[in-house]
Design a binder for this molecule. Structure first.
Ligand code: FES
Length: 176
């Protein structure tokens, strides 16, 4: 039987190499995607403006806890990290077992704190009081405490910090 001529052998070699490369890619690409997927998830959470509030299990269960978060403010090319704190109440580890509130009083923006017996939030500036769920009870605040959006991902709590207009009855997000 005659040997294939040189162009034909070259073409067969190229075709075989291409098929093997494609097959290799089909096997390797999903493996790489699987290994790096947690990284993608973290990055996408960060890109969406969520801040890592730490492992859910590190937050005491059954009581409101002030948890520090770092938020990133982007202004054109400059990026600045700012420290904030959020109030977290967790009864379990899932999304439905957690509440997150902003500690900023809705009257004029002072930070509220939990009363010594843990039954309500009190504002030191003008005596505003909210109950244990952040519902306005008495004093000048015009609305309840503001809840914050969050997700639980990879056993971490991710919170989206948001500033809201103070001294108004409606919850209106402030864009910065
Ligand atoms: S700022 Fe909280 S009651 Fe005025």
């Amino acid at each position: 039987m005659a040997e294939p001529n040189l162009p034909r052998r070259w073409f067969l070699g190229l075709w075989t190499g291409g098929v093997l490369t494609a097959l290799g890619g089909m096997i390797v690409a999903p493996a790489v995607a699987f290994i790096t997927s947690p990284l993608w998830k973290r990055t996408s959470a960060l890109e969406a403006g969520f801040s890592d509030a730490g492992p859910v299990d590190s937050i005491a269960a059954g009581q409101w806890t002030l948890v520090p978060v770092n938020i990133v403010r982007q202004d054109g090319w400059s990026k600045e990290t700012q420290a904030r704190s959020v109030l977290v109440l967790r009864q379990g580890s899932g999304n439905g077992d957690i509440k997150v509130l902003s500690p900023i009083c809705t009257h004029l923006g002072c930070p509220v704190s939990l009363s010594p017996d843990g039954s309500q939030f009190q504002c030191p500036c003008h005596g505003g009081v909210y109950n244990h769920d952040g519902v306005h009870v008495s004093g000048p605040p015009p609305r309840n405490m503001d809840s914050l959006e969050f997700v639980v991902r990879d056993d971490h709590l991710w919170v989206r910090w948001q500033d809201f207009k103070v001294s108004v009855p409606d919850r209106i997000a402030v864009q910065i």
